[in-house]
Every structure is written in structure tokens, then in C-alpha cells.
Ligand binder design. Structure first.
Ligand code: IPM
Ligand code: MG
Length: 383
């Protein structure tokens, strides 16, 4: 066997061992944390890069305003998840930061810069992706709502597998050949499907759509589809259909069909792409929040990047806090403060879509991030 085939085979073997060990860890996991049983819920606030610290500060201010005096929560600020520190440590998440994160129950995280080819940074793994893996945050829940167009979707994006599982560990076999891997596991499919169907049931939704490309990516997407359909059988009151990602991407712009979708389950990469498209109908990725849920930990974030250009141009104080405030709605609801979550959601709908007394333009022609935060708080006061 040529040396390069041998080297590539060894790398593949190491990946298989790593993934099988992960399967074992998944199988050993117990139930979800019961926040009501914790003496205090520790909320980590992690600003990140670029506009991250500015918008995350608004999120922290909002959480403290809503539940700071409840006696049930404790806030911890976690610095150090910046691109400079990550480069210095040559790690997606420096060890000391990871240790701090693991002391929390839930985390509100600002966007973090993901190095890409051509950047001045070494090509380290995305901090988002690493955190999802390290804390086993397997469900990326992304709601998108445009009430006057009848759009009310909740995406359940599988968050630890698919093309992302070993996304930074593909194999360059030789000058002519490079191979990446897509990973799908039984437990990985089962747990995302169950969470999506449970959510549908609890929230009065009667339609779940499974989205794959199982006609072409037959093994991994085929497994994902089969296992989601198996879970679907336990929910006969819910209508289940399955779609291929290409036609689903088209149907989301079909005004007649799209209002029929409610809950969507997707493998990681399709979920990544489709949720950006979906957020665009709501006003762009700056308006969308997302929950990364695991059994032990959960992390809440904006779905957009760190916008370094805004910082370079001195415009970070004009960044839109709505994405992170939407993430706070999800966080509050997740840890059992449903009334506060509803209030914040209602106030955001008023400020963003109805009254619109202030607008955010990303520059000095609009409100600052802090002014908008104050506007949302004043709106809550009036509810
Ligand atoms: C997201 C982002 C991340 C992803 C990037 C920043 C790695 O696009 O949260 O959707 O691809 O998951
Ligand atoms: Mg994305």
C-alpha cells in the first residue's frame, strides 16, 4: 500500500475510535437537568469577539432586570473567549475558559470570530462548534416568526454531528485528493428527533417536517431520516412529512406553502444554511436568537457573526441587540422563567415589528444598542 493511503487509513481509524468513544459517552448520559432542583442556576455571560461584548452586555442587563432579584440565579462573567486568546492558546476554547464554562448551568454567548482561509489567524476550529461539542449541546433550536405573514417556524438543527462532527479533521490524502467525513449516530438522531417531537406536542404543533438529502447522501442522511421517522411513530397525532433540502429551500420562499410548516428537523449543515434563509424573512440574522441545548448544559446565542468591520469602523455601539435579546427569551424559558420570557418576547415584537419607535441601522443614523435595550425595558414596564 502506498504511504499516503496508509497514512490516510490511520487517520480514518483514529476518527472512528474517537467517534465510537463519543457514542459511548452519549449512551451513558442521563436525563436533562431539572433547573427547579438546583439551589441556584449559574448563568455564564461570555462576550466573545467583535460586536459580541456590546450586544451581550444588553442581554446581561436585560436578564438582571428581569430575574436578577429572583434569588434563583447567579451571574458569572467569563472573559477570554476572544480570537486573540484562542490564537495564543492555539485552541478553539482555551482550557481555563472551558473550565469556567463547565462551572455554569447555562451560558449567554456573544458571537466569536471563526478563522477562515486567508485570515491573519491560524485556521483553528470555530469556538461555537467546539463549545457545542465540548458541552454536548446537541440541539440547536432556532425559532423564526413573521406574524403578519403567517410564518411561525421552529427549526431543530442537529448540532454535534453531520459534516460538523469532524469538520476540522478531514484528510488530505495526497496533492490530488481530499476527503471530509459526515457522521451520523443512532443516539444522535434519536435525541434530536425526540426533542423536536416533544416540543411539538407540548406547544400544540401538529406538523413536523424532516429535511435531508437522503436520495443522494444515502447512508448518513438515510439513517437520520429512518430514525426520525421511527420516533414519529410514537406521535401519531402529529402529521410528519419528509423533504429534501433543495426543495425545502425553495418552499420557504413559496408564500402559499410556507405557512404550513411548523417544526423542522435537520442534520447540522442543512440546518445551518436553512436557518439563515429563514431568519432573512424575519428581518435578517441580526434579529434571530438560538438555543443550543444539551442534557447538562445549554448555551444561548445570536445566529450571526462578530461583525469585525463594525468595530473597525467604530460602529459597535450601534450594533443590533435583538438577536441576543431573542436568545434571552429562549434562555429564560429554558430555565423555567416562562412569564418573564413571554414578557420579553412580547416587548421585542412591539419594539421590532409594531411600534418601532427606535430603529437600529448599524450606524449613527439609528439608535445605539443601549438605547434600544432601554426602549425594550420601558416597553416591558408598560405591559
Ligand atoms: C451558526 C454559525 C456557525 C455554524 C459558524 C460561526 C461556525 O454559522 O451558528 O449558524 O456554522 O454553526
Ligand atoms: Mg450559520
Amino acid at each position: 500500500m502506498s504511504d499516503y493511503i496508509k497514512a490516510a487509513t490511520e487517520k480514518f481509524e483514529a476518527l472512528l475510535r474517537e467517534q465510537l468513544a463519543r457514542v459511548e459517552r452519549m449512551n451513558e448520559q442521563k436525563d436533562f437537568v431539572d433547573y427547579a432542583k438546583l439551589p441556584k442556576i449559574k448563568i455564564g455571560i461570555c462576550g466573545g469577539d467583535g460586536i459580541g461584548p456590546v450586544i451581550t452586555k444588553e442581554g446581561e442587563r436585560m436578564l438582571k432586570y428581569l430575574i436578577g432579584d429572583s434569588g434563583r440565579v447567579e451571574f458569572v462573567e467569563i472573559d477570554g473567549l476572544t480570537i486573540e486568546n484562542r490564537v495564543k492558546a492555539n485552541k478553539a476554547i482555551p482550557d481555563d475558559v472551558l473550565a469556567e464554562l463547565k462551572k455554569c448551568d447555562v451560558i449567554l454567548k456573544g458571537p466569536t470570530t471563526t478563522p477562515r482561509k486567508g485570515d491573519p489567524w491560524p485556521n483553528i476550529e470555530s469556538a461555537n462548534v467546539a463549545m457545542r461539542k465540548e458541552l454536548d449541546l446537541f440541539a440547536n433550536v432556532r425559532p423564526v416568526k413573521v406574524p403578519d405573514q403567517g410564518i411561525d417556524w421552529t427549526f431543530f438543527r442537529e448540532n454535534t454531528e453531520g459534516s460538523y462532527a469532524v469538520g476540522s479533521k478531514g484528510v488530505t490524502v495526497n496533492d490530488d485528493l481530499a476527503v471530509d467525513f459526515v457522521v451520523t449516530t443512532t443516539e444522535g438522531c434519536d435525541r434530536i428527533a425526540r426533542l423536536a417531537y416533544d416540543y411539538a406536542k407540548k406547544n400544540g404543533k401538529d406538523h413536523v417536517s424532516i429535511v435531508t438529502k437522503a436520495n443522494v447522501v444515502k447512508t448518513t442522511d438515510g439513517k437520520f431520516l429512518d430514525l426520525c421517522q421511527k420516533v414519529a411513530k410514537e406521535y401519531p397525532e402529529i402529521r410528519t412529512d419528509d423533504w429534501y433540502i433543495d426543495i425545502m429551500t425553495a418552499k420557504l420562499v413559496d408564500e402559499k406553502r410556507r405557512t404550513d410548516f411548523q417544526v423542522l428537523i435537520l442534520p447540522n449543515l442543512y440546518g445551518d444554511i436553512l436557518t439563515d434563509e429563514a431568519a432573512e424573512f424575519q428581518g435578517g440574522v441580526g434579529t434571530a436568537g438560538s438555543a443550543n441545548i444539551g442534557k447538562r448544559y445549554a448555551m444561548f446565542e445570536a445566529i450571526h457573526g462578530s461583525a469585525p468591520r463594525m468595530v473597525a469602523e467604530g460602529r459597535d455601539k450601534y450594533a443590533d441587540p435583538c438577536s441576543v435579546l431573542r436568545a434571552c427569551v429562549l434562555l429564560l424559558s429554558h430555565i423555567g422563567f416562562q412569564a418573564e420570557a413571554d414578557k420579553l418576547e412580547r416587548a421585542l415584537d412591539i419594539c421590532m415589528f409594531e411600534e418601532k419607535k427606535l430603529t437600529i441601522t448599524g450606524r449613527d443614523t439609528g439608535a445605539t444598542c443601549e438605547e434600544f435595550g432601554n426602549y425594550v425595558m420601558e416597553t416591558i414596564e408598560k405591559l
